[in-house]
Design a protein around this ligand. Structure first.
Ligand SMILES: *Cc1c(COP(=O)(O)O)cnc(C)c1O
Length: 356
């Protein structure tokens, strides 16, 4: 039987998506060729790229609003440097909200390009909350934030209203909840959390933002070049893009983001209710800032860890140990994780309570 996969990333994909990907690897579109052995410029693959780009915009409600969708390489980590290189003019300024390891990684790269103001940070509290009381310098060229902190299990529930472009790393919660995505000017997300396998990164960018930095940008790092080339400036990672498309189709067929959001809310409520009810466990993140995608929780008494670990492993659960910077457990409940898997997890927590 398939494991209950709570892995933080690369992470669970819908069974139907895996089946379709496997079939395309063997025989793509009845061509008697594998998806992996055809030209990325063949009509069949160009269709995949076009559909993936337009469906990403459609699901986010951004079609016809001046945005372009790109499937790039180098992971979300490459966006840490592509964003300042493309958006921060020489002598310019960028504002960043430091809410976790990934935000800090983005800040480190931005500093290579110019003045980078950290408007607030929860680092001193081991990133257990999202700072809310901060001022963004009005002369910043953009504001950067991370919508969901995969490692610490916090999630931004609201975003500041600012008179400047807003850039958001949505790697671990894109397509998981409804929002007015047009409030953002640039959104990026590594595929391997909520969209597909590792190897491609979705970038949604407002075209009006580009070509203003006055910098000479190497071609592979230039959003404009990737837009002109329709996301095929060089050979794209065909497999992760194909699997991302199939995942987006799966999401659309089930009713899009609004439909998955309801299930995600049920999953999160089920688990957090148990974390709060069960006297053996406690949540790691501030309650108001808890992530619906990555729930971090700890045992009050670490001495129970060997018994609990044997219980959840026996229940067919995988990927539950917490990140080393938080410890305890992290249950990643991405779109493809069924509600039943969360019920199995809750059952193991109750089983521990009964056996102590
Ligand atoms: C996983 C993750 C990253 C890093 O993604 P890579 O594709 O490995 O570079 C960045 N930001 C967030 C929020 C993540 O969850």
């Amino acid at each position: 039987m398939k494991k209950h996969n709570f892995s933080a990333g690369p992470s669970i994909l819908a069974q139907e998506v895996l089946t379709k990907t496997a079939a395309a690897i063997i025989n793509f579109n009845n061509s008697d060729l594998s998806l992996l052995e055809i030209s990325h410029r063949s009509k069949d693959f160009v269709d995949v790229m076009d559909q993936a780009r337009s469906l990403a915009l459609e699901l986010l409600g951004l079609t016809g609003k001046g945005y372009q969708a790109l499937f790039l390489q180098g992971g979300a980590s490459m966006q840490f440097l592509m964003v300042p290189q493309n958006l921060m003019p020489i002598g310019g300024k960028a504002a960043y909200l430091d809410t976790g390891t990934w935000a800090a990684g983005a800040i480190k790269e931005a500093r290579l390009f110019g003045e980078t103001v950290v408007v607030a940070s929860s680092k001193e509290a081991n990133y257990s909350f999202i700072p809310t009381d901060y001022q963004v310098p009005t002369d910043a060229n953009y504001f950067h934030c991370t919508s969901n902190n995969t490692i610490f299990g916090t999630q931004m529930k609201s975003f500041p209203e600012l008179d400047m472009p807003i850039v958001c790393d949505m790697s671990s919660d894109i397509f998981s909840r409804t929002m007015d995505f047009s409030k953002f000017d640039l959104i990026y997300a590594g595929a391997q959390k909520n969209m597909g396998p590792a190897g491609t990164t979705l970038v949604i960018v407002k075209e009006a933002l580009l070509n203003k930095s006055g910098r000479t940008i190497p071609s592979m790092l230039d959003f404009e070049k990737h837009i002109k080339a329709e996301s095929m400036y060089n050979t794209p990672p065909v497999l992760p893009i194909y699997t991302s498309l199939v995942t987006l189709q799966w999401l659309k067929n089930m009713g899009g983001i609004a439909a998955i959001e309801k299930i995600n809310e049920q999953k999160a409520a089920l688990l957090y209710n148990e974390i709060d009810r069960n006297p053996l466990f406690k949540g790691a993140a501030k309650v108001e800032d808890r992530s619906y995608m990555n729930a971090t929780f700890l045992l009050h008494d670490e001495a129970h860890a060997p018994l609990y670990d044997s219980i959840w492993k026996a229940a067919g659960i995988s990927g539950l140990p917490g990140h080393r910077s938080v410890g305890g457990y992290r249950a990643s409940m991405y779109n493809a994780l069924p509600l039943e898997s969360v019920q199995v997890l809750v059952d193991t927590m109750q089983e521990l309570e009964k056996s102590i």
